[in-house]
Design a protein around this ligand. Structure first.
Ligand SMILES: [Zn+2]
Ligand SMILES: [Zn+2]
Length: 388
């Protein structure tokens, strides 16, 4: 069975239909009234998923409105799923030299750190799926994934592709045990999720549509140059005719001059109108829609690390993920949290990427964007995170 056939069979069974797999490309379905109505099928039908199918089979594919009808039947099921991944057999042994693993993970130019210990526990990771549509004269759509470990605060988007691969191979869906949930610590409320993920999402969408934008800008420049060249030529010709008429006398010449002047004005008007059309055609609309959240409880080796900056100290945690044999990046309390360099702030010992401690673009004061997320504490300049 293909992916689509398997999905349809599963969904129909969950909605009370009796489904028989006829062969690798066909299903026989006995549908209850609700499914009949929703999908527009009779009580008994055959569904064909391949290129060759029996004459009576209804062809099901990704074209047409099948996807929309299936989405309606699916409704909001699966929008938020919770799953525990148990360590199982053959879990890789934890790193034997934690100090060296941390050396490769942490880069703290303005603080010192000390490894305190390591223990096997669970982390709560949220993997969120969003769908974006960018439309101008052309259209681009796709899915993006964001990941965050709420037990340590680390952004783990870069680990998500590997995690999804592993998840796809795991056999059974397992609800998390209460002890697992306790070990992972308290979850984040909606406001925290929103405030932490919004900048990550914006950045990810921009990265994703960048090639599309570049191609669009190229087409816009090309069209604008073309419009400009066309009108420029008309304009020059009209100016030239007007110049040759400049010193001619008589009523006829007077009329000709007036006609050419009107023509020049019309050319200018049309040029502006054409540029407005282009602006309208190439106006970009981007929509981003949340699709699904997967709340995943995964086994981790948790490293406790003591951070020291001037007279302050603070304990942070960094998780090593046995499932993908990888260390997550250190937490980042302001900014995108890619890379491994973090600066530590003086007052609260927040960890941020370097831009999170940069000078205010307006008054030049150095300040921490985790301490002052909304505005510069000296001059009040808003959206103070410097552009990358
Ligand atoms: Zn300022
Ligand atoms: Zn701070």
């Amino acid at each position: 069975m293909g992916d689509l056939q398997g999905f349809v069979a599963d969904l129909l069974e969950r909605r009370g239909a009796a489904v028989e797999v006829v062969d690798a490309e066909e299903l026989a379905v006995l549908a209850p009234p609700y499914v009949q109505k929703s999908m527009g099928w009779p009580e008994f039908s055959r569904l064909g998923f391949g290129t060759e199918r029996s004459p009576a089979a209804i062809p099901i594919g990704l074209e047409g409105d099948w996807v929309d009808r299936l989405a309606a039947l699916l409704s909001d099921d699966g929008r938020w799923a919770t799953r525990e991944v148990s360590p199982g057999d053959g879990v890789p042994t934890p790193p034997s030299e934690p100090q060296r693993v941390l050396d490769r993970t942490l880069d703290l130019p303005n603080a010192v750190w000390r490894f305190q210990g390591m223990n096997a526990t669970y982390a709560r990771c949220l993997i969120l799926t969003f769908r974006y549509v960018a439309a101008s004269d052309d259209k681009r759509e796709g899915l993006i994934w964001l990941g965050v470990n709420t037990s340590t605060g680390a952004a783990i988007t870069d680990l998500v592709p590997q995690m999804r691969q592993i998840l796809a191979q795991l056999p059974d869906w397992q609800a998390p045990a209460p002890t697992t949930m306790r070990a992972a610590g308290p979850g984040w409320d909606a406001a925290t999720i929103e405030s932490r993920l919004r900048p990550l999402l914006g950045r990810q969408v921009r990265d994703e549509i960048e090639p599309f934008l570049r191609a669009m800008r190229r087409r816009l420049t090309r069209d604008r140059d073309r419009v400009h060249a066309f009108h420029d030529e008309l304009y020059r010709a009209a100016r030239k005719r007007l110049a040759t008429l400049a010193h001619a006398g008589g009523e006829r010449a007077q009329d000709d001059r007036q006609r050419e002047t009107l023509r020049i004005q019309a050319i200018e008007r049309e040029h502006r109108a054409k540029l407005d059309d282009l602006r309208h055609n190439y106006a970009l609309r981007v929509t981003v829609e949340w699709v699904q959240t997967l709340e995943l409880y995964v086994p981790v080796q948790r490293f406790d690390v003591l951070i020291r900056r001037r007279k302050g100290e603070r304990l942070i945690r960094v998780d090593w993920h046995p499932l993908i044999k990888a260390m997550e990046p250190p937490l980042c309390e302001a900014g995108f949290g890619r890379g491994r360099v973090r600066l530590v702030c003086d007052d609260k010992l927040h960890l941020t990427e370097p831009a999170g401690q940069a000078a205010c673009s307006s008054c030049g004061k150095l300040f921490c964007r985790a301490c002052f997320p909304m505005a510069c504490p000296r001059c009040g300049q808003t959206s103070p995170m410097p552009a990358e």
